[in-house]
Design a protein around this ligand. Structure first.
Ligand code: GLP
Length: 251
């Protein structure tokens, strides 16, 4: 794995956007796996800026998002589909029909999970998967479990995730209790993975991800065995990791 230590959130966002840009430039019809949450907002802003300057072209890019809340339709402001439209898709020249988010309102969730797995396969897999990380080490909505869940599946969200995500809702009782998420196997099959983390409340999760045992109790720890993992984190998120004085380290 390659770890970049960024001074702050802005520097982290710029570095992450640089890595995603490189992917788009090298393969204009690439498949990007995208993430939601506060962490990638700065990265998306930077990509939009470079697009507006004429340095990036999204017209052949395809995307698959990690996850969605169960019960929210795409036009609900709290849905991840809405988040993606607002924070990236509406501001670049991507074809909306080339963007994919699981359908949280599907009538039959098992069928929806199968549809999503088949869709990712039919696109030829993911070239670059962007990931944030939960305070408990979750990726997508793969919460700490007894075993790694493989493909797209429905999850019960943990209290800590519900609490962490409640800041984005008017009332904590509105946070959905279930979500649908890509599984760990699907994420691990991405040809490249880019994990971003900012702030001290991620320091424990990042320390366990990089140096801890590989265990489904810390879902992100499995990333240690991916052969093309890049972590971009700010100083606060790396405050529990001893990287010496280096700003870039290959482990
Ligand atoms: C949610 C998302 C994750 C995200 C995590 C952390 O649970 N499903 O994909 O990584 O939150 O979010 P944030 O970046 O806001 O801390």
């Amino acid at each position: 794995m390659r770890i970049y230590k960024a001074k702050d959130y802005q520097a982290l966002s710029r570095k992450a956007a640089n890595i995603i840009s490189a992917q788009i430039i090298m393969k204009p019809n690439c498949v990007l796996g995208l993430a939601t949450g506060s962490s990638p907002i700065g990265t998306y802003k930077q990509l939009i800026e470079w697009y507006q300057k004429g340095d990036l072209d999204f017209h052949e890019v395809k995307t698959v998002n990690l996850d969605e809340y169960v019960g929210l339709s795409g036009d609900n402001e709290q849905s991840y589909r809405h988040f993606m439209n607002e924070n990236l898709f509406n501001h670049v020249n991507i074809e909306l029909q080339n963007t994919n988010v699981p359908d949280g309102r599907a009538e039959d969730m098992n069928t929806e999970c199968q549809r999503y797995n088949n869709l990712i396969r039919s696109l030829g897999g993911i070239d670059l998967q962007l990931l944030g990380i939960g305070r408990n080490g979750h990726i997508g909505f793969n919460e700490p479990e007894e075993a790694f869940e493989q493909e797209t599946h429905m999850v019960n969200l943990t209290e800590s995730t519900i609490e962490a995500n409640s800041r984005l809702f008017n009332d904590p009782s509105e946070v959905p209790r279930h979500a649908v998420t890509m599984g760990i196997k699907t994420i691990m099959q991405a040809r490249q993975i880019l994990l971003i983390a900012s702030g001290e409340d991620k320091a424990d999760a990042i320390q366990k991800t990089i140096f801890g045992a590989v265990t489904p109790r810390v879902p992100a720890s499995i990333l240690q065995i991916h052969n093309s993992l890049t972590i971009v984190a700010d100083e606060a998120a790396l405050s529990k990791c001893d990287l010496g004085n280096k700003d870039m380290l290959v482990l």
